[in-house]
Design a protein around this ligand. Structure first.
Ligand code: ATP
Length: 262
C-alpha cells in the first residue's frame, strides 16, 4: 500500500467569513484571514476599523454573528479550551495588577494556566531574562515605566508558550525607544516561529518583509507583503499605500497622473 500524503498543517489562526454587529451598527463584515507560524502580520487600520472587535471575537469575549474561528485547527465555538490555550493576547488596555510585583503578576497568571512549582519558576525566569526584566522582578508594577509594563504583559502572554500571539495597539502611550523595543521583541518572536497578529494604526511599526493586512470599516482592503503592497498600489511608501486604501489620499502616482503636486 502506498504512503498517505502528509496531512496538511492547519493555519495557526483561521478566520472564516467573520461578521459582527453592535446592535444595528455593524463592525465586521465577512472577514477572512489565515495567520501563519513564523510570520509577523500587521493588522493595519485607522480608528474604528474593527481591529479591537476582531480581537474580542478571537478572545471569545463576544460571539460572531456569522463565521467561524479556528486556532491550530480547533474550532473556538465547539472546542474553546483547546483553541484558547493556543493563544497569547496583549489587550489594548493594560490589565496588570499595579500593586503586585512583576513576579507576583506572572506567578498568578502561570497558576491560571495550570503552570506551577519549578515549571512556573523556570518559565518565568526564562521570559524575564529574554525580555531583560530580571532585575525588576521584585518591583511593584506601579513603579515601572509604560514600556516595561508592556514587556511584562508580553511575558505574561507567553507564559503558556502559545503558538499564536495577538497584540492590540501594544505601543499606545509609549515613547519612541520603548515602542521600538517592543516591536523588535515581537519580531524576534515571529522569527522563532510564533504566529503574530499585531494590530496597529501606526504605519511605522511595519518592517520590510512583514505581511500587511489593511482593515477599514470592518472589512479587509488589502493583504500582501509590505513591499508587494506598495508595488501593487504604485505607492512610494507604506504611508501612501495605506492612505490610498482607506480613502485618506490618493497615492503619489495617481496625484502625478492627475497633475496634482505632493
Ligand atoms: P480603535 O483603534 O479606535 O480602537 P478599532 O479598529 O479597534 O479602532 P473597533 O473598536 O473594533 O475599531 O470599532 C469598530 C466599530 O465598532 C466602530 O464603528 C466603533 O464605533 C464600533 N464599536 C466598538 N465598540 C463598540 C461598542 N461597545 N458599542 C457600539 N459600537 C462599538
Amino acid at each position: 500500500m502506498g504512503a498517505h500524503p502528509p496531512a496538511s498543517t492547519p493555519p495557526a489562526l483561521s478566520l472564516e467569513a467573520l461578521s459582527f454587529s453592535y446592535g444595528d451598527r455593524f463592525a465586521l463584515d465577512g472577514v477572512c484571514l489565515d495567520i501563519e507560524a513564523g510570520v509577523f502580520t500587521a493588522l493595519l487600520g485607522p480608528n474604528g476599523a474593527g481591529k479591537t472587535t476582531l480581537f474580542s471575537l478571537i478572545a471569545r469575549l463576544f460571539r460572531p454573528s456569522a463565521g467561524r474561528i479556528r486556532v491550530g485547527g480547533h474550532d473556538l465555538g465547539s472546542q474553546p479550551n483547546r483553541a484558547l490555550a493556543r493563544l497569547g493576547i496583549v489587550f489594548q488596555q493594560p490589565t496588570l495588577d499595579l500593586d503586585l510585583t512583576v513576579g507576583q503578576n506572572l506567578r498568578y497568571a502561570a497558576r491560571l494556566h495550570g503552570i506551577a512549582g519549578g515549571r512556573a519558576r523556570a518559565r518565568i525566569a526564562a521570559l524575564l531574562d529574554r525580555l531583560e526584566l530580571g532585575e525588576r522582578q521584585r518591583d511593584k508594577v506601579r513603579e515601572l515605566s509604560g514600556g516595561l509594563r508592556r514587556r511584562v504583559e508580553l511575558a505574561r502572554a507567553l507564559l503558556h508558550e502559545p503558538p499564536v500571539l495577538l497584540l492590540d495597539e501594544a505601543t499606545v502611550g509609549l515613547d519612541v525607544p520603548s515602542r521600538t523595543r517592543i516591536v523588535d521583541d515581537v519580531h524576534a518572536l515571529a522569527a522563532r516561529g510564533v504566529a503574530v497578529l499585531w494590530a496597529t494604526h501606526l504605519v511605522d511599526e511595519v518592517r520590510a518583509g512583514d505581511r500587511v493586512v489593511v482593515m477599514h470599516r470592518g472589512a479587509i482592503r488589502a493583504d500582501a507583503e509590505c513591499g508587494a503592497l506598495m508595488r501593487q498600489l504604485n505607492a512610494p511608501s507604506l504611508t501612501e499605500a495605506f492612505a490610498a486604501l482607506i480613502g485618506a489620499a490618493p497615492p503619489a502616482a495617481a496625484r502625478a497622473a492627475a497633475g496634482v503636486g505632493p
